[in-house]
Structure formats: C-alpha cells, structure tokens
Ligand binder design. Structure first.
Ligand code: ATP
Length: 325
C-alpha cells in the first residue's frame, strides 16, 4: 500500500478532525502518501481530492466539524456512481481507504470493497453512540457534555421560576445521549426510545417532585421517545392539561449538540483509532471497523458493525430512577 485516502461521510461529529489528523500523521510517520477526499462519496465520485501531509492537519485536533466536509450522496448507492468513484480513486493512485462515518457510510464502503476490492477500514464517527462493536463512537462524549452544560443552564432559569422544562436531545432510535446527559445534569425524568414507561408514571413522578419540594423539574426527552406517541410540544400540552400545578417550557437543543470543540476523551479516542486504522491497512486487513471495548482497541467486521444493535445501559437507568427520588 502506497497511498491511503481518508474521508468523512454522513452526519458530522466532534472528533472527526482529530481522526483525520491521526490518519494523515500516521501515514506520514509510515512514509506512505495520504489524500483527503472532500464531501465523502460525493467528492469521491467527482475526484475532489486533497493531497495531505503532516502539516496539512496543523491546529485541527481542537476543532469541531470536519475540514474535509461531509455529505450524503445518492449517486454512490448506484453501481454507476460507485464505478465513477473507483475510476477516480484509481487515477489518483489510491490503494486503500479509511472512512469516518456511521453505518450508512460503512454499508457503502463494504459494497464498494465487494465490487472493486478496495481495502477499507471504518472509524465510527457519530454523536449517537449507536454503532455495534465499540463502547464509544467519536463525538458522543463531546455531545453529552454539550447537552449536559446546556441543561445546567436551563436548570438555573427553571429553578428561578419554579418551572418544568422538557429538554429534547438528539437520538431518533437510541437514548444514549438522553440517558447520559440526563443523569449528568440531574434530570428528574429521562424519556428514551428503548423504554416506554407510560404517561401515568410520568405524571405521578412530576407530581411527587413538586410535592416533595423541588424548585424545578427537568425532563430530558430523546427525539425518538415513544412514551407518549407525541412530540415534545404535544407532551408539554398534555402535562399542562393534566397537571396544572406546573408552568411548563420546552427547549429543543438541536444541532448545537453536533458542534463544538471535541472533549479530551474524543481527541484521544480519535488519535488512537486513526493510528490503528492505518496500521490495520498496512497489515493487509480490510472490511473492519476500529472500535474501543474495555478500553482496548478492538476490530469488528464492518458487516457486524452495520447489523448489530447497541444496548442501552440498564444499570444507568436504575441509577437515574434512584437519583430522582
Ligand atoms: P449518520 O450517523 O449521520 O446517519 P451515516 O454514515 O449512517 O451517518 P448515511 O446518510 O446513512 O449516514 O450514509 C452516508 C452515505 O453513505 C450515503 O449518503 C451514501 O452515499 C452512502 N450509503 C449509505 N447507504 C448505502 C448503500 N446501501 N449503498 C451504497 N452507499 C450507501
């Protein structure tokens, strides 16, 4: 292997730049060439390449987003699109690639490898922490810290006015952000897609909080929560109607959760994963994702990373219940 391509694809997450830096610097250390691809598979099809050396990645370890930009690309889902991408990589002299993204990006990479034999290693970059084969995805730690800090701020205003806040955080299919940020910020209730505790329980709990003298209540709601079959605004209306003792507000955190400087944890994780991704390619490995299990780097076949489901931390749910007593 003489030249490795690196790109970011799908939703961006904090730590992607640190991972790009790690891949580029490891290539430089190993004395092989490295090329960045702008805008994921879209840029691959268009041949939007950037030759990179150790100095191309100065001062990016601390930056959120991705300097290589990211995109979703429908054309790559077609055989013709992938053929164009392959032709571009070949004319650039690329022998192997590192894809930083989520399960969709891995699915595309796997298919590409089956069709054209291009060796590939994946680095899980998504704030949702929903990729099988790694305890942490890149960006998750930053996202939960961002969410927690904002909830802390909401708490200040909530307790000044004796208010109840519903704070919606990201997580359409999984509640990892909600559960962790919620426990970290001392939320009274945390509503996640994995557990439907019902409206009655929520009302009971909120009533109890008020009666036992809490000056504010915060309920963290994952986007994909199914407790009510309602969105967070309808949830607010329901609670106002059935529990008129509360002055209720809603705050949707939205995309701020994806931005910002990565935490030290995410920077270190990205640095470790990037080194291993390049080393794996040089050892002849392919179709694997670099993950972290029990604090050690672990490889999982991309095919399993795509299919497998992550488990919600039941013990943390129990801790949350006890804390909200
Ligand atoms: P996120 O965590 O943001 O969802 P992701 O990597 O899962 O990240 P997707 O939008 O699902 O994001 O996928 C990114 C890109 O990967 C797609 O835009 C497409 O170009 C490619 N891709 C996804 N699925 C396939 C597929 N089945 N075949 C070929 N390419 C695919």
């Amino acid at each position: 292997i003489k030249k490795i391509a690196v790109f970011t694809s799908g939703g961006d997450s904090p730590g992607m730049n640190a991972a790009i830096r790690s891949v580029v610097r490891t290539c430089a250390f190993m004395k092989i060439e490295c090329v960045g691809i702008y805008r994921g598979y879209e840029g691959m099809i268009e041949g939007d390449f950037l030759p990179m050396n150790a100095r191309s990645v100065n001062n990016i370890i601390n930056k959120g987003g991705t300097i290589l930009k990211s995109a979703r690309c429908e054309e790559f889902k077609t055989r013709e699109g992938r053929q164009k991408a392959y032709d571009q990589l070949k004319s650039e002299g690329v022998d192997a690639m590192v894809v930083i993204g989520g399960d969709g990006s891995f699915t595309g990479a796997l298919l590409f490898n089956e069709e054209f034999g291009m060796p590939v290693i994946g680095i899980p970059g998504t704030i949702d922490n929903d990729i099988f084969g790694t305890r942490y995805t890149l960006g998750f730690d930053t996202a939960i810290n961002t969410a927690m800090e904002v909830i802390d701020k909401i708490r200040d205003t909530a307790s000044s006015h004796h208010r109840l806040f519903f704070v919606e955080v990201m997580g359409r299919d999984v509640g990892h952000i909600a559960l962790n940020a919620g426990v970290g910020a001392g939320a009274e209730e945390i509503l996640i897609p994995e557990e439907n505790l019902g409206l009655e329980r929520l009302l009971e709990s909120l009533k109890r909080s008020k009666l036992t003298g809490k000056s504010s209540s915060i309920v963290v709601v994952a986007e994909g929560d199914k407790t009510t079959g309602k969105n967070v605004f309808q949830l607010k209306e329901y609670v106002e109607e059935h529990l008129p003792i509360y002055d209720v507000r809603v705050c949707v955190l939205g995309h701020m959760q994806r931005g910002g400087a990565p935490t030290c944890f995410d920077r270190v994780l990205a640095s470790r994963m990037g080194v291993k991704a390049v080393e794996a390619l040089l050892e002849g490995k392919s179709n694997l994702m670099v993950g972290i299990l029990d604090d050690d780097i672990a490889f999982t076949p991309l095919s399993e990373a795509i299919k497998g489901k992550t488990k919600i931390d039941k013990e943390l749910i129990r801790v949350s219940d006890i804390m909200s007593t």
